[in-house]
Design a protein. Structure first.
Length: 86
């Protein structure tokens, strides 16, 4: 399975929903809490130009987007293949 990175903040309901979907799918992910380290926000903006809100989700080198984007990929049947290695 590809590495999944998710940039979050603790009071973000969309962040919790995105993490819940990933957990339900059994996906391990690296979480970066941008509220604890300002350099993480800079890293997020560098990786996802123009995106300043959380969550921002990455599967491997692919920028998925936010929570709604993650759920849309799943509903379209495109999330599982994206998560697979290779």
């Amino acid at each position: 399975m590809k590495q999944v990175d998710i940039y979050t903040s603790p009071l973000c309901g969309f962040c919790h929903a995105a993490k819940r979907l990933l957990a339900q799918k059994g996906v391990a992910f690296h979480e970066y809490d941008i509220s604890t380290d300002p350099t993480l926000r800079d890293d997020m903006v560098r990786r996802a130009p123009g995106s300043r809100t959380v969550p921002q989700i990455f599967v491997g080198t692919t920028h998925v987007g936010g929570c709604d984007d993650l759920y849309a990929l799943d509903s379209a049947g495109r999330l599982d293949p994206l998560l697979q290695e290779g």
